[in-house]
Design a protein around this ligand. Structure first.
Ligand code: GLU
Length: 458
């Protein structure tokens, strides 16, 4: 796909961006998600480079799209029957100009180097937007925790950390959770790190349990943060969430706490989903039941529908985007909301779309929303609440403190408002009012570029 710059810029500037993108296509073949993430950022950067020729001379674009370091390793482990499995582990330390590399670990069968690079690349700008002094990284494995016993998951995590420990640390690289990595996995990973290093180094991993260095509110943070961001977008338009009908996709940690915060603010959330299909619940999602099914039973959304009774219907293989709603909050995975779905949502009168997942909306779908005047919150801004509270967890660990839930929630709310306003004002400054994609990309890039320039050619 050729670059289609979102903002006007002189031809020589656009040529720099084109060349950088072509280089990625040439040198990193077979990584379509990484190409997509780079493409999306470069399309916004024209006027920044034009205003500051020093950035082009310092080859800032070429440097920012090249990871500082990529680690790939073998992860052998034994299942409960004694059979040996060999998975692949990854950690991409993408950019450390603003602080230690920071970003989650994803355990999912679709994980490969291109996926980890797209996530790591997004994470650079997302983390920059938080203003909390964290660089960008990401990791994971093609291991599938679904259907595995706790013992199998533990053995896998121990094997994974037995290699990863040499690359991470509180001042180096601080992993956390992502899809397939929650409290249970973080516990096993932290335990193995402590065992092999003989160090109590709480700040080397975030998303820990409350008793051993975790932050209150980390589990809720991504979903809560996305709803707070959506609320800010609506407020700018003189609207709010009260009484709004919302469709949420996914049923993991992000989706569950998106439902919780949206309900607290008076909205009616009527869907959740998983890879088997979706549930539409006309009375509104019963949060206690959903938490029980997902967090206690580790079940499926079809189980929720079975237990919920008449108001809920399970639609096998379907997509939540077919259900009419005022607001859509994609909270499952990349490229889950395509052009066809976007057209349906627009036709049904959607007012705002905000990304709880990373890159869930395809580029075509983003354009359809923006052309239709729908408020669109890109993930690197809208879902930054998770990593922001991770940074607050690191802060608490550094001072051996434990903040209350309400203090964390207050700080999160201030951070999300700040990210929203930064994106909004940056877009306005560059002549694209209301375009949060441009605002997030430029504001994130400016911060990273500034730090990289100051630190010289490294
Ligand atoms: N995986 C989350 C994200 O996509 C959180 C990362 C973290 O807390 O470090 O931002």
């Amino acid at each position: 796909m050729p670059l289609a710059p979102r903002l006007p810029a002189p031809p020589e500037t656009l040529a720099v961006l084109e060349e950088s993108y072509d280089r990625v296509l040439r040198r990193d073949p077979g990584e379509p998600e990484f190409h997509q993430a780079v493409h999306e950022v470069l399309e916004s950067l024209g006027p920044v480079l034009a205003a500051r020729p020093g950035l082009a001379t310092a080859k800032l674009v070429e440097r920012v799209i090249e990871p500082e370091r990529q680690i790939m390793f073998r992860v052998p482990w034994q299942d409960d029957k004694g059979e040996i499995h060999v998975n692949r582990g990854f950690r991409v330390e993408f950019n450390g100009a603003l602080g230690p590399y920071k970003g989650g670990l994803r355990f999912h069968p679709t994980v490969n180097l291109g996926i980890v690079k797209f996530l790591g690349f997004e994470q650079i700008f997302k983390n920059a937007l938080t203003g909390l002094g964290i660089g960008g990284g990401k990791g994971g494995s093609d291991f599938d925790p679904h259907g595995r016993s706790d013992e199998e998951v533990m053995r896998f995590c121990q094997s994974f950390m037995t290699e990863l420990y040499r690359h991470v640390g509180e001042h180096t690289d601080v992993p956390a959770g992502d899809i397939g990595v929650g409290g249970r996995e973080i516990g096993y990973l932290f335990g193995q790190y402590r065992r092999v290093t003989n160090r109590w180094e709480a700040g080397m991993l975030t998303g820990k349990g409350a008793l051993w260095g975790g932050s209150a509110g980390r589990t809720e943070a991504t979903g809560y943060g996305n709803v707070m961001f959506t609320h800010e977008m609506l407020r700018r338009r003189g609207e709010d969430l009260d009484g709004r009908q919302i469709v949420v996709s996914g049923s993991g940690n992000v989706a569950i706490y998106t439902v919780e915060k949206a309900q607290q603010l008076g909205a009616n959330v009527i869907t959740v989903s998983d890879s088997g299909g979706y549930v539409v619940d006309e009375k509104g999602i019963d949060l206690d039941l959903l938490k029980h099914v997902k967090e206690v039973d580790r079940g499926r959304v079809s189980d929720y529908a079975d237990m919920r009774g008449a108001s809920a219907r399970f639609v096998p293989g379907g997509r939540v985007w077919d259900v009419p709603a005022d607001i859509a909050l994609p909270s499952a995975t990349q490229n889950e909301l395509d052009a066809e779905a976007a057209r349906i949502l627009v036709r049904n009168g959607v007012k705002a779309v905000s990304e709880g997942a990373n890159m869930p909306t395809t580029p075509e779908a983003v354009h359809i929303f923006q052309d239709a005047g729908v408020a669109f919150g890109p993930g690197k801004a809208a879902n930054a609440g998770g990593v922001a509270v991770s940074a607050l967890e690191m802060r608490q660990n550094a001072s051996r403190a434990a903040w209350s839930f309400s203090r964390v929630e207050e700080e999160l709310s201030a951070i999300m408002t700040n990210i929203h306003d930064t994106c909004y004002e940056t877009a306005e400054r560059y002549g694209a009012p209301g375009d949060y994609v441009v605002g997030a990309n430029i504001a994130g890039f400016e911060r990273v570029a500034e730090a990289m320039l100051a630190q010289g050619l490294i």
